[in-house]
Ligand binder design. Structure first.
Ligand code: HEM
Length: 219
């Protein structure tokens, strides 16, 4: 095989499309969370819990709502593209499955003892896999519950299924809390292991296709 065709037979750990979708998602999430806090403050769910002007996008509920609706399209279209890409290319299955509970336990214990290793960037550890799946499900659930809150009359059956309008509001709020919790840990870890951050910016190492296709085969 010539050097040229050998080069073509390889692909980046994070192909350009994945990087673009990841960073677009980070921007969309930022807009959705901070504008959501602006809307929340108009009609609080947890008495006494307010979000200060400094962390809100929009000076009061109406501009915050406009940001929320604009960000919603970016989040939903980009999210659907990421899921379709992940399903069609097999990336989601390859990178996020299988999850072994014994590995989750070991990684949690190692992390608690501050033994954070990520020598092989091409394989996510069991906790990473689990957290990525949780955040993807939380993102989908946010779009669904957001739609129900936006159009409760049109989607009245869905609202009833999830326990009524106030229950759906609470579920939307809890979904936000899960995503914020994820982002805090995720960003902190990416700065603790900066090679991963550089890989998500630059694409990371070039891998033979087979190596990306079957990460579990190497473990
Ligand atoms: C500024 C904020 C963010 C930074 C610095 C960041 C950083 C990173 C890095 C470095 C990776 C690669 C991890 C590795 O190779 O070990 C990654 C992957 C990932 N991030 Fe983020 N991230 C951010 C925001 C977000 C947000 C807001 C979400 C979702 C709510 C998210 C979801 C994911 C997912 C699902 C992956 C796995 C992607 C894949 O391999 O297909 N990230 N992120």
């Amino acid at each position: 095989m010539s050097i040229d065709s050998d080069h073509r037979a390889q692909r980046r750990l994070h192909p350009l499309g994945v990087r673009l979708m990841h960073w677009t998602n980070a921007i969309a999430m930022f807009v959705m969370i901070t504008s959501g806090w602006g809307i929340y403050d108009d009609y609080v769910i947890i008495p006494g819990l307010h979000f200060g002007q400094a962390v809100r996008l929009g000076s009061w509920a109406v501009p915050s709502l406009q940001w929320h609706f604009a960000g919603m399209w970016l989040l939903a279209v980009n999210g659907v593209a990421y899921l379709l890409y992940g399903i069609i290319t097999g990336r989601l299955r390859e990178r996020l499955l299988p999850i072994r509970w014994s590995e989750v336990r070991k990684t949690v214990l190692d992390t608690l003892h501050l033994r954070i290793e990520h020598d092989d960037l091409t394989v996510y550890n069991a906790v990473q896999k689990l957290l990525y799946i949780v955040v993807i499900v939380a993102g989908i659930s946010q779009v669904v519950t957001g739609l129900l809150i936006w159009k409760p009359v049109q989607f009245s059956k869905g609202v009833a299924l999830l326990g009524g309008f106030q229950a759906v509001r609470l579920e939307h709020f809890l979904g936000m809390a899960v995503i914020v919790g994820f982002v805090v840990v995720h960003v902190a870890l990416s700065f603790l292991v900066p090679r991963t951050l550089w890989a998500m910016l630059s694409g990371g190492p070039r891998l033979p296709r087979a190596a990306v296709r079957a990460p579990e085969a190497r473990t």
